[in-house]
Design a protein around this ligand. Structure first.
Ligand code: FES
Length: 86
């Protein structure tokens, strides 16, 4: 279990390694935008301010965006404590 801080919202929650960041956001009562929840549409793209995720996407994000610390939170599971700009 890792700690996920939603920085803009001022909320920190526990997120098990097998739970997505989107699920953690929902568990925290947040409603960040999402649509396909399968890593395809890009709707859930957010900025990761720090940390590491295992992102199993399906083409909804470009390598250049990944290089800029963007993540699709619907298909990203924590691999460290995270700070997300949500
Ligand atoms: Fe579609 Fe995450 S909701 S890529």
């Amino acid at each position: 279990t890792y700690r996920v801080e939603f920085v803009k919202s001022g909320v920190t929650v526990d997120c098990p390694a097998d739970q997505t960041v989107l699920e953690a956001a929902y568990a925290a009562g947040l409603k960040p935008p999402a649509s396909c929840t399968q890593g395809m549409c890009g709707t859930c793209k957010q900025t990761m301010l720090s940390g590491e995720v295992d992102m199993q996407h399906n083409g909804g994000i470009r390598p250049r965006e990944i290089a800029q610390n963007k993540v699709l939170i619907c298909c990203s599971k924590p691999r460290s404590d995270l700070r997300i700009d949500v």
